[in-house]
Design a protein around this ligand. Sequence first.
Ligand SMILES: Cc1cc2nc3c(=O)[nH]c(=O)nc-3n(C[C@H](O)[C@H](O)[C@H](O)COP(=O)(O)OP(=O)(O)OC[C@H]3O[C@@H](n4cnc5c(N)ncnc54)[C@H](O)[C@@H]3O)c2cc1C
Length: 271
Amino acid sequence: MDLLTVEALERPADDAALRARAAAMPAASPTDALLAGGTWLFSVPQPHLRTLVDLTTLPWPAVSTTPAGVTVAATATIAQLVEQLPHPLVQGCAEALVGSHKVWNVATVGGNIALALPAGPMTTLAVTLDATAVVWPATGGETRLPVADLVVGDRRTLLAAGDVLRAVELPSSALRSRTALRKASLAPLGRSAALLGGRIDGDGAVTLAVTAARARPAVLRFPAAPDTAELDAAVLGLEADGPWFDDPHGTPAWRRAMTRRLAREIVEELT
Ligand SMILES: Cc1cc2nc3c(=O)[nH]c(=O)nc-3n(C[C@H](O)[C@H](O)[C@H](O)COP(=O)(O)OP(=O)(O)OC[C@H]3O[C@@H](n4cnc5c(N)ncnc54)[C@H](O)[C@@H]3O)c2cc1C
């Protein structure tokens, strides 16, 4: 949709220009927003916005390899990620983003994580792989924190006004591990009500990322494949951190039941 209150679209020429512009973003009454793919920004009215600062013209390589793993630029589109990082979990998480290829071609990895919808599948991908978020705070410098800690609730992250999610780093050890993904939704092409990613490492340790069923991602870790009782106890233990998510895509009780079932399926597949 047209954003009728937006008066300016700025395209920073380089990192320094972006950082200077981001530092000037008003925190108290946010009239400026970072623009990535725009698939969410342009999908709902944004009457408070006057200026969009476009990240997508910055020359950040979508996917690059480092000695420690793979760095995915925040501006990498879902389509670029699928093409440049062939991995079953990447493919599965991309397919969990309900949308046409038109959405895949513009929606970005960073936009998905920064938007922080519980059903954000790039968050699922990142949390399953113990990914690190590289953040450029508006105040300067660069910070790193687990993506699992960056997303703190439904549409809530630790990003302050003007903070830029620059990249997501996926460790090579996790990328080498066997993974599994399960999704539950009320309709075959519906938004995820529960989206779980799992990983088994070379030493037998199992990691489960629980997303969509809860407002914020949860990580369950086991030194070895858990039995059903241990797994159930860990899933139900999440309730100590707050209730199951509730929205038109699924009731809390159903999400809890689906999470238990999908967690069992993942452990079974991984082992
Ligand atoms: C048909 C359709 C289906 C969809 N299905 C899903 C779904 O299943 N799950 C889901 O999670 N979403 C879904 N979405 C919502 C949205 O398309 C995705 O979340 C998408 O990944 C958002 O990315 P974007 O690049 O378009 O972000 P934008 O719309 O450009 O931005 C989203 C928000 O993130 C901020 N932002 C963007 N990039 C950065 C950055 N690098 N640093 C800091 N802040 C940033 C923006 O300021 C804005 O607040 C869907 C949308 C459509 C149209």
